[in-house]
Design a protein around this ligand. Structure first.
Ligand code: ZN
Length: 444
């Protein structure tokens, strides 16, 4: 198996990855996911086509750190039926119509009594909101404001055929073994029903990364975890506590299919290698990208970054939570997604992994004055694998200048602003020309 170099990823490979991810997303979109239940299992089975997942069922009632695995929920039918026979908020038309974890109901009541159970978004009258009540017994319906306004007065029969029972919470995991036992953790949450950016996009990008890496020789072992938000990451950590010490770097993936620029959320320390790796990739390859400091009001990275766990896990997004109006509504749909955005998000993750994989120190073997590059065919090379000739020249010069055995490729990428993948290619060329050699590992 060969390793991977992102500068040699072709447009065709990128295009194929994008359409595979979008296709998987289209297939997953209609499934009714929640923090437990058959929709999650179906999702994980379909993801297994790209990377065979090991499923773990964590029984209801299992204590996981300060939490307890809840009852399993499923729903087969839900609707509001007016006395005329006309139906509203039909679950079979959209999964979002029923409040997640609604208890079973079959009751008739006047519209006024029903009103407090109806959730709408008056500011976006055509959108259905996403609501759930995982830890408090409740029921309700979500519908567009337009549909609510069309409901005539009179009596309604509210029907929710759901089931809450002692079952289990499902975790999916795929491990790609690298040369080292040291691990990179990739996490995507699986608990949202028909919502694309949050978080089918994270699921499909993670699956496509797993599919790509499983064919490659890597330095790190890559562990992909698919689990519901919060309770899922907590359950996974509680069940795998003895393994956590192998995790060196981690990335939570969410909201990666919209048209916005990439955003990286730093780990708790803000200075972890994953934070630095993401920063050099975004700076060199995505000039409109942003980096945001850690917040305890984050996604699952906030669980991995708690003081008793302290894993260096960051998060990659496009849209920012709280800043895109479609979040947690029916407008977070396939129309918001593009194969191109998914593919570019996927490549950005690979570029970050490439930094983790390729970071090393070199020694300049001709350190007294600059070596004569022209004589070795390294100067003014045009064409070839990369058309950024000036960057390439600068890459060679930065590497020769900094390679005293102290500075690593990541240090040099930070200082020079040159794309890491290009710098790594330059280092390979200088090594072939006999001008650089790997520096002895300072730890050994
Ligand atoms: Zn969400």
């Amino acid at each position: 198996m060969a390793g991977f170099q992102t500068i040699s990823l072709s447009d065709a490979e990128l295009g194929a990855a994008g359409s595979t991810m979008l296709q998987l997303m289209e297939e997953l979109y209609p499934l009714c996911r929640s923090i437990t239940g058959p929709g999650v299992r179906d999702t994980l089975h379909r993801v297994s086509r790209l990377a065979p997942l090991t499923l773990t069922e964590v029984p209801t009632g299992t204590p996981v750190f300060d939490w307890t695995v809840p009852r399993e929920w499923s729903v087969t039918e839900a609707y509001l039926e007016h006395e005329s026979g006309r139906r509203f908020a039909e679950f079979r038309r959209h999964n979002l119509h029923v409040v997640g974890y609604s208890v079973p109901v079959d009751a008739t009541m006047p519209l006024e009594a029903l009103r407090e159970r109806l959730h709408t978004l008056p500011d976006h009258p055509d959108w259905i909101p996403f609501r759930s009540s995982y830890y408090r017994e409740d029921w309700g319906f979500c519908l567009s404001e337009r549909e609510r306004l069309s409901m005539p007065d009179g009596h309604y029969r509210a029907v929710i055929r759901s089931r809450l029972h002692d079952g289990s919470l499902t975790l999916g995991e795929f491990v790609h073994r690298g040369r080292s036992d040291e691990e990179v953790l990739v996490f995507a949450h699986t608990c949202h029903p028909s919502l694309c950016n949050d978080n089918l996009s994270g699921i499909v990008v993670a699956a496509q990364l797993a599919a790509f890496l499983r064919e490659r020789d890597t330095r790190y072992t890559y562990r992909f975890v698919f689990a519901p938000a919060t309770i899922g990451s907590i359950a996974w950590m509680a069940l795998n506590e003895s393994r956590l010490e192998n995790i060196r770097h981690g990335l939570v993936l969410a909201m990666l299919g919209d048209a916005g620029p990439l955003h990286y959320h730093r780990s708790r320390s803000g200075r972890a290698t994953i934070d630095r790796a993401a920063a050099v990739v975004l700076r060199a390859c995505y000039p409109d990208a942003g980096a945001i400091d850690f917040s305890p009001w984050g996604f699952d990275e906030r669980q991995f970054n708690t003081p008793g766990i302290k894993l260096p896990v960051g998060r990659l997004n496009r849209a920012l939570t709280g800043e895109y109006p479609q979040e947690h509504t029916s407008a977070d749909s396939l129309e918001l997604m593009s194969a191109g955005a998914l593919a570019e998000s996927w490549r950005a993750c690979l570029r970050i992994f490439e930094v983790l994989e390729g970071d090393r120190r070199y020694l300049n073997l001709s350190p007294k004055g600059e070596p004569q590059l022209g004589r070795r065919g390294l100067y003014r090379q045009t064409g070839g694998y990369y058309d950024g000739v000036a960057d390439r020249q600068m890459g060679l010069l930065w590497l020769l200048n900094q390679s005293d055995g102290e500075a690593s490729l990541l240090d040099i990428a930070e200082r020079s602003g040159i794309e890491f993948g290009l710098l790594a290619q330059c280092a390979r060329d200088l090594e072939s020309a006999g001008l650089l050699a790997p520096a002895p590992d300072p730890r050994s």
